[in-house]
Design a protein around this ligand. Structure first.
Ligand code: 1CP
Length: 339
């Protein structure tokens, strides 16, 4: 039973720093590509035995201290009635632009909408049987709204920002509906057996701190209050959130995810006793081993032995990463933090 990750989420002392990698399953692993080659990404997400298999690959290959459900943040959005494709980034055929379109979005019972997600979690809990904890996840309301309004990834997010500034009634109706959906979706994951939940707010950092506080934070707060989180720690990762940590902290998560634009040491000063996760630049995994080891050592030194640090990348692992370097990074974290 490896409880290192969960203990660290609650700020308890651990024998060595737990480590996992955002997006640790996926295209950089040949073992993933083999399974993926004969089906689409969506088919893979919707086939519980296979989704469970690719979830376990990085646990076996990298020796990480947590598994994260293999799925995507946009899977539950498709079930609200939006046609979704991956090419490989997500694309919605008909983005949301009007109040009528927001009103048409529905929130089906989760056992009917995403039985495959709940089934994957059940299989994983059986197969892991305590080996490492299982993290469930969802997108934050704003990040999901970005994709739903833009229709795909974007460089400037002009459509969602335009809606926020020029059509606040459509924006708030959409954010309310997404928040309602996420409360159902993430509670269903908790009930199915997810032992921690990470909320990915990948695009929260594109807003000014004042807009984040006014137009994103209230929904995050409502989401976090709506989750059955007694025994289930909540991790909140806002990419680009380093310049507004005090504001993000008001969301109320147990663990704050950090990207690499903020130093872990100064973030800990700002956040005081709040548990943190991060924050190695994912491109360091392209460097020679000596550089990877030095960067791991630097981050551990910035944490300065405080309890409540989960080692991770500052964002998802890049598809061209050599798996051997990811494995070496995990080994460095374990070796250098050993008590
Ligand atoms: O072709 C393929 O195999 C699809 C590639 C792929 C994969 C492997 C996508 C498309 N999503 C995923 C899995 C995924 N997505 C996981 C798996 C669990 C893990 O091992 O961590 C998770 C947690 C996500 C979450 C996700 N999807 C986020 C938040 C995290 C982040 O990286 O910021 C976002 C923004 C997405 C959208 C998405 N889905 C896929 C892509 C390529 C993207 C990013 C598109 C963009 O940059 O806008």
């Amino acid at each position: 039973m490896n409880k290192r990750f969960l203990d660290a989420c609650w700020g308890k002392p651990v024998d060595r720093t737990p480590v996992w990698l955002m997006r640790q399953a996926g295209r950089y692993l040949p073992e993933y590509m083999k399974i993926r080659s004969s089906r689409t990404f969506l088919e893979l997400c919707k086939t519980p035995e296979l989704a469970a298999e690719v979830t376990l690959q990085p646990v076996d290959i990298l020796d990480v201290d947590a598994a994260i459900l293999f799925s995507d943040i946009l899977i539950p959005v498709e079930q609200m009635g939006m046609e979704l494709d991956f090419v490989p980034g997500p694309v919605f055929a008909r983005p949301i632009r009007s109040l009528a379109e927001v009103k048409k979005l529905h929130i089906p019972p989760m056992e009917e909408a995403v039985p495959f997600v709940l089934e994957t979690i059940a299989i994983l809990r059986r197969e892991l049987s305590g080996r490492v904890p299982l993290i469930g996840f969802g997108g934050a309301p704003f990040t999901l709204a970005c994709y739903m309004v833009e229709g795909k990834g974007s460089k400037d997010f002009a459509q969602i920002k335009k809606m926020m500034y020029a059509a606040p009634e459509i924006y708030s109706a959409l954010m309310e509906k997404i928040t309602d959906m996420l409360i159902e979706y993430l509670n269903a994951q908790i009930d199915a057996g997810a032992e921690a939940i990470q909320i990915f707010d990948t695009w929260g950092g594109i807003l000014s701190p004042s807009d984040y506080e006014k137009s994103v934070l209230p929904y995050t707060v409502r989401l976090m209050k709506g989750l059955r989180r007694g025994k289930t720690p909540l991790i909140h990762f806002v990419k680009g959130g380093g310049t507004m940590l005090e504001t993000v902290k008001k969301g109320g998560a147990d663990v704050m995810g950090l990207d690499w634009h903020v130093s872990l040491g100064s973030a800990r000063e700002t956040l005081q006793e709040t548990v943190v996760q991060g924050n190695l630049d994912p491109t360091v995994l392209f460097a020679p081993h000596a550089t990877i080891e030095a960067e791991v050592a630097r981050i551990l030194a910035e944490n300065a032995g405080r309890p409540g640090h989960i080692f991770n990348l500052g964002h998802g692992i890049l598809p061209a990463t050599p798996p051997e370097n990811a494995r070496f990074m995990v080994e460095c974290v374990h070796r250098l933090s050993q008590k």
